[in-house]
Design a protein around this ligand. Structure first.
Ligand code: XMP
Length: 506
């Protein structure tokens, strides 16, 4: 897409959110590394993100400032981005003794126009920094301060702005308006709406595929279902393969088949559940389990489609691409499931992997699914991990543990639907706590599993908050699980945020 709004990534944990906010405003935005500034095409505007480093470090991440000026478009520096711009304009940055993290109040200067148009002011902003700008270069104007009078927003000239706080996080109350105001300074803004992007995506798929044959793995999850629907819409020659790993939720295999039948997409089902359970026998290391499942999945898949795959379609999303690209980041080490399997790497190297959703965020993929006519029960479905229930059965995966998490999940999710909580919750599930705890059954002491239930809200799985479900509902969930699922004598509600906990147990 022409004239993207280029967000330059200096490594802040919030950078992806800037891209999302801009897309929510209806404009197309992409993330670039600082070294890629010249590859942004003709951006309509540039935003320099925050970052964990200090501009005072000798090898601090830098930007080609001459080129930035040459572009002639509005530029906004956020946090690190603001400090960097201040030094580029000839000002200085001083090391902070302590880190300022949390809320502050924005006081726009009297009569300031531009990025602070239509703000109520005196509103909460969110800070996360230690260095601060110290000397301002000549001509630089302070356009906003905090309650102590410290500058939090600068204007170096009519095109270059800086803010010390994060407009992209929801804790900055007027952040979206600030981004909107900033973009209003630009011309040639690239409009972005999923409904029209759908046709562009389908056309791109048709062009890339031509008359080649595509194979696509479907799981019934949102991403692969939308992918299959997009390939169907594009009218390309596709074989959809559904591998039943035996690690799926209750009735899931049957539901996936009826879903695809309903929307007129043909799928081939392979029941490999015995092979998976066999392969996992005796293994309790979480990474080994993932490896076994990933490899076997690929084996089963390629056994079915043969070796001469012309094109393999994958439902990779934008956050996955960003995570894999920032190698060495914490994110990339946690998510070891991405791109692990050599076979797919080979195909990728040969240009034979098709990833048409790789510029979209999860919510956008859901929207695309709706536009493509997929039913709400698919597009609104909670995310489900590739290794399935195995990551919810810490320790060795056994038939008994699978039965327990499957039954408990069914009760839990059923009640969330029934009490209208399902759509408020981003993801929910039950996981076994792999230790047997004491209870009483009749007159006897019993030793049975404890079970954790977890419900979170999240923004693209990067961070998560636990959901404050009502006590009555938690009570009902617990009672029903304890009464209806043999092998469980204790139910706990997981109240951990991510970070430090991840969403899944393993
Ligand atoms: P975590 O547990 O990393 O989960 O906070 C973030 C999101 O990713 C899903 N998840 C996985 N998905 N393979 C996947 O395809 C995996 O191994 C895996 N582990 C976690 C998780 O369900 C959540 O939505």
């Amino acid at each position: 897409m022409d004239h993207p709004i280029a967000v330059i990534d200096f490594g802040s944990q919030y950078t992806q959110l800037i891209v999302r906010r801009i897309r929510e405003l209806g404009y197309f935005s992409r993330l670039y590394q600082p070294s890629e500034l010249r590859e942004t095409g003709k951006p309509a505007a540039v935003i320099l993100s925050g970052g964990p480093r200090s501009t005072l470090e000798p090898d601090a991440p830098d930007i080609d400032f001459d080129y930035l000026v040459e572009l002639g478009v509005p530029v906004l520096g956020v946090c690190y981005g603001m400090q960097l711009l201040n030094t580029k304009f000839g000002g200085t940055v001083a090391p902070g003794n302590t880190r300022e993290y949390g809320p502050a109040t924005l006081m726009p200067e009297e009569g300031v126009k531009g990025i602070f148009d239509d703000l109520v002011g005196h509103s909460q902003i969110w800070m996360s920094h230690s260095d601060t700008v110290s000397e301002l270069p000549e001509g630089c104007q302070v356009v906003g301060r905090n309650l102590d009078g410290v500058p939090v927003a600068l204007k170096w000239n009519d095109r270059f702005f800086g803010i010390q706080f994060h407009p992209e996080v929801s804790h900055t109350k007027e952040g979206t308006q600030i981004l909107r105001n900033f973009l209003n300074l630009a011309t040639d803004l690239p409009e972005f709406a999923i409904s029209s992007f759908k046709d562009e995506l389908a056309a791109r798929v048709r062009e890339t595929v031509g008359d080649k044959r595509v194979v696509c793995g479907v799981s019934g999850g949102v991403d692969s279902s939308v992918l299959a629907a997009l390939l169907h819409e594009a009218g390309v020659n596709t074989r959809n393969i559904f591998v039943d790993t035996g690690l799926l939720r209750k009735n899931e295999a049957a539901e996936v088949q009826s879903l695809f039948a309903e929307v007129g997409i043909e799928i081939e089902t392979i029941d490999a559940s015995k092979r998976f359970l066999e392969a996992l026998k005796g293994e309790s290391d979480p990474e080994q389990k993932r490896r076994i499942i990933g490899r076997l999945f690929v084996d089963v898949f390629f056994d079915a489609v043969g070796d001469d795959v012309e094109l393999l379609a994958q439902g990779t999303l934008y956050p996955d691409v960003i995570e894999s690209a920032t190698s060495g980041s914490i994110a990339s080490t946690i998510k070891t499931h991405h791109n692990r399997v050599d076979r797919i790497m080979e195909l990728k190297a040969a240009g034979r992997v098709l990833e048409p959703l790789d510029e979209l965020f999860k919510d956008e993929v859901r929207e695309l699914g709706r536009v493509l006519g997929l039913p709400e029960r698919v597009v609104g479905r909670h995310p489900f991990p590739g290794p399935g229930l195995a990551v919810r059965c810490p320790g060795e995966v056994t038939e008994e543990k699978l039965r327990i998490v499957r039954e408990a999940d069914d009760i839990f999710i059923g009640l969330l639907h029934e009490k209208n909580w399902y759509d408020t919750v981003w993801q929910a599930y039950a996981a076994i706590i792999p230790t047997k705890t004491v209870g009483v059954k009749g007159d006897e002491r019993s030793y049975e599993y404890a079970l954790s239930i977890r419900a979170v809200t999240s923004e693209d799985a990067m961070t998560a908050e636990w959901v404050h479900l009502p006590y009555e509902l938690l009570g009902e969930i617990s009672n029903r699980i304890l009464n209806e699922v043999p092998g469980v004598n204790r139910v706990l509600y997981d109240i951990s945020t991510k970070p430090p906990a991840s969403i899944e147990w393993e």
